[in-house]
Design a protein around this ligand. Sequence first.
Ligand SMILES: *Cc1c(COP(=O)(O)O)cnc(C)c1O
Ligand SMILES: [Zn+2]
Length: 411
Amino acid sequence: MPFVESLRCRECARTYPVEALHVCEFCFGPLEVAYDYDAIRSSISREKIAAGPPTIWRYADLLPASAEDPVDLGAGFTPLVRADRLAAELGLGELWLKNDTLNPTGSFKDRVVSVALTKARDLGFKVAACASTGNLANSVAAHAARAGMESIVFIPSDLEQGKIVTTAIYGGRLIAIDGTYDDVNRLCAELTSEQPTWAFVNVNVRPYYAEGSKTLAFEVAEQLGWQAPDHVVVPIASGSQLTKVHKGFNELYHVGLLDEEPHVRVSGAQAEGCSPVAVAFAEDTDIIRPQRPKTIAKSLAIGNPADGFYALDVVRKSGGAIGSVTDDEIVEGIRLLARTEGIFAETAGGTTIATLVKLAASGVVRPDERVVAYITGHGLKTIEAVSAVAQPTATIAPTLDAFNAAVGLPS
Ligand SMILES: *Cc1c(COP(=O)(O)O)cnc(C)c1O
Ligand SMILES: [Zn+2]
């Protein structure tokens, strides 16, 4: 926090005080946290980071909230695992998986929520709120409980049981809305002005929340021995995570933690049933046409993505691509990852892997690249997506004969 200078408009660069603000009053551009990078450069070092906690808070110098007393369930510093078996199936070389299924509530959202609620509490908020496609609700409810804050979270009513139950259990208020995420988000935007004492993590404290995703880049670089990968594949819902992963690698270089300037190609993954950014990429336009989502990848089902334009820009400028995959391909992606690497991902992870399969086949992701795929949520949250294809091999009577018959052994 000592290194935050202001909030700054991404479009017109006007600056604002470090408060619960998210849009520019002049041009309606989104606000972003601005840092004093010179001061960070003289404070930060690889050694200091290595001596920090095994969580996102080891990178506190590059985050907009104080690590003194964070709202913390242990988010971050998840394993980066080499995936040789999956790489072989895809004809790739050096492939790594950032296994963010292992966060406290089972998704990467714990990173952004830990930062957002720490900042919200510092700003004096006592109520944590959000509009969510599921994982954010889950994480906000858990972190609010941890912080002794009230929570009120809003979700589309058709979410998976694994997201509803794992949110409601923390005892906050969970409001299910008959509508899409975009309907939920619109209501929350209205509520933000009605309820100025609530911290909506993805609305009025969004600039702080979004910064938490940079830790996905910081950790990968540290885990690769302070090197950036050549190519990353990131799922897109609002597009925030993707843009911040890119920003994270560049920041490390600017503050002197990487020796070489990174040139990370950034590719995005969407479900065909909600692919507004992938469509704009394919049509080579800057105009993102909102869609009405219809996909099993509910955590990615944002039809009108707030950061879609910036995500497109990052992907194009970095030389990546954005792919989209069908629901059947998502299920196959989940199975492929589980079968080859022992990681069970939710539908967002299936989307990322299935997109990686396509990008590898088309030569966008190349065998000579060091590739990192971000696996952002745990499979136990979306059991219904795969329950039809993941059942017992056989159900038998408790006898040797029955077993032998079932597995084709002589009796
Ligand atoms: C929210 C979410 C994303 C995408 O996040 P954005 O920053 O909105 O693009 C990816 N994976 C999972 C599992 C998520 O819950
Ligand atoms: Zn502006």
